[in-house]
Design a protein around this ligand. Sequence first.
Ligand SMILES: *[C@@H]1O[C@H](CO)[C@@H](O)[C@H](O)[C@H]1NC(C)=O
Ligand SMILES: *[C@@H]1O[C@H](CO)[C@@H](O)[C@H](O)[C@H]1NC(C)=O
Ligand SMILES: *[C@@H]1O[C@H](CO)[C@@H](O)[C@H](O)[C@H]1NC(C)=O
Ligand SMILES: *[C@@H]1O[C@H](CO)[C@@H](O)[C@H](O)[C@H]1NC(C)=O
Ligand SMILES: *[C@@H]1O[C@H](CO)[C@@H](O)[C@H](O)[C@H]1NC(C)=O
Length: 608
Amino acid sequence: MLTRLLVGAVALLPSSVHAIWPIPKEFTSGDNVLYIDQTVEITYNGASVCWISSPNPSCPDREFVDSEILMGQLPYTYGYAPPPGPKCKDKDIVQAAVSRAFEAIFQHNFVPWKLRPAHGDWEPDVYAKDKGRVESLTITHTVNDDETCYKPLAGELDESYTFELTKNGAATIEAQTSVGVLRALETFIQLFYQHSSGTSWYTEIAPVSIKDEPEYPHRGLLLDVSRSWYPVEDILHMIDTLSWNKMNRIHIHMTDSQSWPLEIPAMPKLAEKGSYGKGMTYSPADLAHIQEYASHRGVQVIVEIDMPGHIGSVHHSYPDLIVAYNEKPYHWWCAQPPCGAFKMNSSAVYDFLETLFDDLLPRLAPYSSYFHTGGDELNRNDSMLDEGVRSNDTDVLRPLLQKFLDVNHGRVRKAGLTPMVWEEMAIEWEQNLGKDVVVQSWLGGDAVKNITSKGYKVIDSNYHFWYLDCGRGAWLDFENGAAYNTFYPFNDWCGPTHSWQAGYSHDPRAGLGEEQAKLVLGGEVAVWSETIDPLTVDTIVWPRAGAAGEVLWSGRQDASGTNRSLVDAAARLAEMRERLVARGVRAAHITELWCLQDPDPLACQHAL
Ligand SMILES: *[C@@H]1O[C@H](CO)[C@@H](O)[C@H](O)[C@H]1NC(C)=O
Ligand SMILES: *[C@@H]1O[C@H](CO)[C@@H](O)[C@H](O)[C@H]1NC(C)=O
Ligand SMILES: *[C@@H]1O[C@H](CO)[C@@H](O)[C@H](O)[C@H]1NC(C)=O
Ligand SMILES: *[C@@H]1O[C@H](CO)[C@@H](O)[C@H](O)[C@H]1NC(C)=O
Ligand SMILES: *[C@@H]1O[C@H](CO)[C@@H](O)[C@H](O)[C@H]1NC(C)=O
């Protein structure tokens, strides 16, 4: 009895059981139960989408004849995907998203026992005679795409949507773009649980009314595929998980001094010699597949070739272009072995880059609006070893670097892409960048303020909050003696681990005036892979990346300008974690079950 009373009281508290992650901008809900099954009638822009064992299998709309075969007659587990190629249609995008959404609801759902009182009587009665059901899902969007896959510049794509679910089971999604529909479908999925009977699915919060849009246009994750090798399927899995968190950029840190996995047909030696081994490369077909897969999920792939430092792996194929490869002691030449930087006054380097860009950029441009040219951690000493320079003087190096950036960025723009760089180019090296350039900040402190004060656009990856690799120990080795004693107990450089709470507390616009705040396009969490690989990445990254994801989608503050509460977020994040696990992500557990099962949302509050 006491439990029931408490449950009733909890239901009145804002969003403690309304587990939408990230939280919508406007959200109201009720307490009616509705079941959903596979006969729900789906219409898209006025036309009926034939669905699995639809009660009316004669689909009236001839335009959907193909989809009848794909969606009307095959089981819904069949993963409909848009046809390959850079021209994709809204209808295909939406149809595939509907296919995935229903697969998530019926195939990859969960019984929420971890989030409900132990031994409590919280499950709706599956045998109730008058049980209501979701009868229809009506999807409309008003803007048609131009038959190119989505590759918006920040701010160009409308991702907003409204969602209604009436008490009588009529669900409606309205959006401007098909990507808005994708975001709405991810919200829709999160309304439903599996019943412990195994063959029923229900929501308990009808009616629902949502009006939603992202706070920031750039909500991303950086995946370093140079320190560890990630097979294509693992990258696709990461893209899926990002889209479930309404994140929309995957920044692939493609090459570094450790390896060069990217096949460049004009220079096959690069990957043949620079990768970790045969087969551990990305072919042009692999890259196109990753890009298409991402764009079908409203995610844009941004490729980075880091330079002029962090490029040592080119040494294996073009040794004449590189200085300081594997130079010792490494810390005089770079931040981590094996070092390696481009020669800064070499026409051969410029020729190499022309060939590289001519090969790569036209392949990226159909699917992406950005290309990242790196620029972090350039060590001045490297050019001491460069016979064309022989200096580590900033005043000598700065103009060489400026020319390097100007030429490269000119080529990037000519290919129809917008350049991105790491913050050192703007701050430490004081380079003149175009105002189109997006600067990626990582060093924290006043960096975002500094960069925006120069009028540059910025995305924030402050390592004190959003580097998800930090705090798990050193990856270098220490021989007995001085090194052992100096570095004991062998931490990494950026620990401790940044908890989801720390990530959630970070506001990329904090302390900025209005004009400067407008230049903050969003942010990226970073997954540097020295001690992370495909086997461990899920657990290290999720659900923590989603904490940044919610800040970037929903904003650090709510509509009244109040910082969002960790207590409120914790309940929803714990639920999102269960949903991610049900959808095949080995996401970490965020708190003990006792806290989750206690109906008092403040049960595990650490009060002062
Ligand atoms: C450059 O090398 C010298 C030793 O020659 C070293 O003392 C100095 O710290 C190095 N500079 C950097 C930025 O690593
Ligand atoms: C770059 O190389 C040219 C000759 O190729 C030389 O004249 C020039 O001084 C060099 N620049 C620097 C900064 O060393
Ligand atoms: C430049 O090189 C000299 C000589 O090796 C070294 O003493 C100095 O620390 C270096 N400067 C920087 C900024 O690394
Ligand atoms: C930006 O950083 C540079 C280099 O640290 C510094 O000289 C400059 O004063 C900073 N500018 C602002 C506005 O913070
Ligand atoms: C809101 O959070 C920011 C950090 O995101 C912090 O600097 C600020 O003090 C907080 N404001 C309040 C009123 O707690």
